[in-house]
Design a protein around this ligand. Sequence first.
Ligand code: UT7
Length: 333
Amino acid sequence: MAAPHPAAVVAGIGAWLPPDVVTNHDLSARMDTTDAWIRQRTGIRRRHIASPGTAASDLAVEAGRRALESAGLRTVDMVVLTTTTPDKPCPATAPAVAARLGMEGVPAFDVAAVCSGFLYALATSAGLIAAGTADHVLVIATEVYSAIIDPADRGTAVVFGDGAGAVVLRRGDPDEWGALGAFVLGSDGVHEDLIQVPAGGSRQRKSGLPPGPGDEFFRMRGKEVFRHAVQRMTTACRQATLAAGWEPDRVDRLAAHQANARILTAVSERLGLAGDQPLSNIEQVGNIGAASLPVLLAHSAERGELKPGHHLLLTAFGGGLTWGATTLVWPQL
Ligand code: UT7
């Protein structure tokens, strides 16, 4: 029988949030919303916001450095970064981050899948490890949503925040703790308009027309996205647990993209998970896009809610539409 592929094993983790905090009360002083509405409809109380001049790469460097320290490494063979808010449309953000982490010459590139970006970046990195292209990969998810949020749009301004998270993956054995399981990934571009930044890309530029008012901002049709998010993450989770050979009651913790507290409840109820299983930090950080999952993992491990040996189900959903899920047993880091 052929030997199984080497697995990608989580060997280090780090997170970084910009220090400035915006509370629901701060928002209600500047737009037509209330702390009560935001808490009841989203579960969010506060979010961290990057100060002017702070870009996605600045947060990425901080998170990446912490993940490298956690893995006891100074360098890796590959840097894979994911973001919805790159420093510039061109080039990718990853090479500059790699260089600032002292890794000039190391291959570095970006993966784009909006809020599912971390899972897509993990899957890409696991493939590079399985193929023997890299032994150690630094995977960074970083977001400065405050750069693309319309400050007058209460449907998004109350939801999104900034931050970065990172993991180091190493080549390892599929049976060891920390080994990423099979990836379930999907997309449905029929609904690309549910989450988008209409202007700034080649479509708008080649049209010869100037952008419409507010077209440079992030737009989300929240209610429709909500329904897709619940359905896609639930299905992807079922497929990932099946691929891992886990019964639903084998799952100790659900780590789902922190889009909305009501989405977390809906997904975990549909999966039949016990009430204490969904990990959550949405109250403190809001929705930080692709960075949501690694920041959640780092915070949950720090707080002792995620322990070595826990069977963990990871899932995300975002613009594209895109979604994904995978499994792992949380390692001793
Ligand atoms: O990260 C990628 C994936 N993203 C998601 O999965 C996000 C999914 N969507 C959501 O989390 C929710 O749809 C939102 C939090 C964005 C919005 O919550 P909702 O419960 O779906 O609200 P809604 O858009 O249906 O609006 C309900 C009402 C409306 O008023 P009327 O028409 O009923 O009078 C809105 O105008 O709430 C109003 N509203 C607000 N009121 C106070 C919308 N936003 C606000 C607000 N404060 N911030």
